[in-house]
Design a binder for this molecule. Sequence first.
Ligand SMILES: Nc1nc2c(c(=O)[nH]1)N[C@H]1C(S)=C(S)[C@@H](COP(=O)(O)OP(=O)(O)OC[C@H]3O[C@@H](n4cnc5c(=O)[nH]c(N)nc54)[C@H](O)[C@@H]3O)O[C@H]1N2
Ligand SMILES: Nc1nc2c(c(=O)[nH]1)N[C@H]1C(S)=C(S)[C@@H](COP(=O)(O)OP(=O)(O)OC[C@H]3O[C@@H](n4cnc5c(=O)[nH]c(N)nc54)[C@H](O)[C@@H]3O)O[C@H]1N2
Ligand code: SF4
Ligand SMILES: [Mo]
Length: 909
Amino acid sequence: MLAGDDTQSGGHGPGLAPANAGVKTACPYCGVGCGIVATPRPDGAVDIGGDAEHPANFGRLCSKGSALGETLDLDDRLLVPEIDGQRASWDAALARVAETFSATIAAHGPDSVALYVSGQLLTEDYYVANKLMKGFVGSANIDTNSRLCMASSVAGHVRAFGSDTVPGAYEDLETADLVVLVGSNLAWCHPVLFQRLAAAKAGRGTRIVTIDPRATASSEASDLHLAVAPDSDVALFAGLLDHLEREGCADRAYIEAHTRDAEPALAAARACGLAGAAAATGIDEHRLAAFYRLWAGTPRVVTVYSQGVNQSVVGTDKVSAIINCHLFTGRIGRAGAGPFSVTGQPNAMGGREVGGLANMLAAHMSLADPGHRDLVQRFWRSPVIADRPGLKAVDMFRAVADGRIKALWIMSTNPADSLPKADAAVAALANCPFVVVSDIVRTDTTRHAHVLLPAAGWGEKSGTVTNSERRISRQRAFLAPPGEARADWRIICDVAARMGFAEAFAFASEAEVFREHAALSAHGNDGSRDFDIGGLADLGDAAYADLAPVQWPRARTTAAPEGPIRLFADGGFFTADRRARFVATPLAPARAADPRFPLILNTGRIRDQWHTMTRTGKSPRLMGHLAEPLCEIHPADAAAHAIATASLVQLESPHGTMLARALVTERQRRGSVFAAMHWTDQFAAKGRVDALVDDAVDPVSGQPGLKGSAVRIQPFAAAWHGFAILRERPRRLGFAYWALAKAVGGWRLELADTAAADDFAALASDLFTGEEPGGDALLELLSYRDRRHGHHRFAAFRDGDLVGAIWIAPGPVAVSRAWAVERLAEQAPTGARRLRLLSGRAAADQPDPGALVCSCFSVGANQIAAAIAEGAASVEAVGAVVRAGTNCGSCRGEIGRILATQQLPAAAE
Ligand SMILES: Nc1nc2c(c(=O)[nH]1)N[C@H]1C(S)=C(S)[C@@H](COP(=O)(O)OP(=O)(O)OC[C@H]3O[C@@H](n4cnc5c(=O)[nH]c(N)nc54)[C@H](O)[C@@H]3O)O[C@H]1N2
Ligand SMILES: Nc1nc2c(c(=O)[nH]1)N[C@H]1C(S)=C(S)[C@@H](COP(=O)(O)OP(=O)(O)OC[C@H]3O[C@@H](n4cnc5c(=O)[nH]c(N)nc54)[C@H](O)[C@@H]3O)O[C@H]1N2
Ligand code: SF4
Ligand SMILES: [Mo]
């Protein structure tokens, strides 16, 4: 077992890992791209610390990064290749993939096969995957989960700049006077970058404005929150452009020297105006005008945007509406100013650089440009080159469903859970004649694989990733791959060789792949393309191994040791005439509402989980924050649908259903509900939100509108509810509702069923016996029953130790989860403690820590409240007493909220 802990228990403070100890690598989660120092210990555990020298994080890590050591165990890891569910040799598995792909292409043409890849692949993996499809198979049917993530930003950049360029850098968030977060919950999704911003705010009073339909941890830390109507961002920024023009904020010199087409964009903006923006956003004109004045009056302004912008059927127009305002004021490419698309995945940017999207070529070259196609084909010496766009993710799965695609290879993504209309995607996979999946664990997608390939995971593989500020960092291996797992790039090259392309894929190392990629970026470039890392094309193996984080562009010809930190302050766009384009963004007509599905389903992320939980789901600390699928709903909507807080609800759309726990809160907007994207069939009965989500896409980018599906909601009619703590993972979970989460020393389980159970004691012992056959014979079962009121409680012991406990009630179980879970760590409880356990109430000497707030130091809400009651009057003071909020800082907003509610009565006195 490689289960590890982080530096806290290893004795180092956060960010204080001693220099030159351990292996420097990069975090495998978000696009901030933090540097990590990983130090394997002799007992197999791995200490994780922030890399103090990495320019993305300077030593900081968030809760997810800090808990990486807890995700490295081998539970569920794929260790050997499988064909049709049977163990197979690598040779047989690779041959089966190559032969089936080749035969399908021979029989049905190159477009009958496809690769569906991921922004979590390393650049080297991604480069060879793209080369294989576009240059050797001769189809552009390679698309990526970045289609669900960044495609609208890419399209918006290309429309405006002629290239997919992020013009700014992280330090701009520290030098700006105003940072606007549009559709970005930066505090939870890019926590370390948010902490840099929060520090700047504390230091120099940076103003923060959040534009998000619901209140979030980010909006709580902002000076102004505009709770806009869903998808009204185009109107908001069109109104801003109109305001900027009226107030004389145009940078005429910049507009005239470096841009084109301002007039049509201004005409659309005038047509919208303040009144149009107020009508569309639902924000009153005074409040909106205050925001416009702030933006207009602050030259150093960065507009940060993310999925509330991209994941929309008008996503590309949202991006254009934002960029228009920056071009109009010349606030781009300057210190502290610019539009800033923050990327989600660790290598979203690298994937764009190699051309991993179906409508791009390689090295930011264009599939539509015959000159570019020729350049790439000659460079690759390839027999063919794709000459038209391939199928984008949503269309790709439609083509799988209707049989146009007959062989599909999925790498490093879990589309059975993350694609819109996910049930249809699953059905497509189930009917596809040939599905290959490369993953590190079993998932809802791997179930459908004819060939399953075990990939080497983070810490075992080596290569590069590019973060949101165009910075390339090394991921380095510090563990040997387990079992027979292999690096993705090698698997792809081995298949390519067996398809007859050995020469072009004869890479001996990831360094060789990187050199070719870097050389291609410089090939025939001469400043005509933004992405140029020719300066890295001659790195020797040792220099590649030691490569320090470096921002692109990094052309061979650059005299300076570093490329420019920002682009476009002096124009130099990558259109033919080197001018940027304004893009008119007329308002789209409002979508017709469907009275059968009156609510809008907004979806997104929570602080401590990563996507489909294949790694964060292994960490008890991370699972402790929010342990089951939740649905945020406004009190008025909850009342209208007879939904009580903490009850279970069923959500329904024309595409599917989902069960979740209701969180009734004014932070949610009326008419909308919010659910996290994370839960899968591995963790809950019906927790897959994408089963509900509609697959309508943005017409320009092909990105689906994952934040706006029509749904309806109703109470889930449960006959009984249960909560259990378990030493072992239960064998069977045949309940209408269940949600399972890892806890320290075992598992925690939420349960409910529509049918009355006639024997709860049997149900309990079945849960407690785990995988052990006949194990129940050894159990000592303690019970409490109140049949009249429907309360049943059981606790089971083996050799004096607690094996499990369950509390059953007719309604949601009112037992403190935090207190109960801690009982798993207790040594052989006897007498009163056992009875106390059944009562479900904390004793004075075992105080209930309350819901987990700080995952880094495992501090609960009650502990924080106690610190406040004893006099801690600020977030810092709370940190000084109980440590909460003093590591990654992602929970500081929640601590602030507890402070505010607790101080209210005091202030009123
Ligand atoms: N903890 C955690 N962090 C992550 C990830 C993770 O899984 N977990 N994933 C990473 C990835 S791949 C990505 S892409 C990023 C995503 O990072 P974010 O984009 O910050 O995250 P989301 O929660 O998807 O969505 C952001 C916000 O958009 C809002 N929104 C919805 N509709 C609209 C709208 O019409 N207009 C506006 N203005 N806002 C709207 C939502 O209410 C939500 O609060 O996070 C990255 N970081
Ligand atoms: N409703 C809704 N849906 C969404 C979103 C949303 O906001 N709302 N967000 C969308 C966005 S922005 C994104 S980025 C996607 C993310 O969705 P996915 O990409 O489907 O999510 P992950 O869980 O990150 O999947 C990564 C998979 O790769 C595996 N893996 C990890 N490391 C390796 C490796 O080194 N090699 C290989 N071969 N496999 C590996 C993991 O075990 C996991 O199964 O979801 C999208 N879907
Ligand atoms: S902010 Fe957190 S998840 Fe993102 S790269 Fe840094 S440590 Fe990893
Ligand atoms: Mo993403």
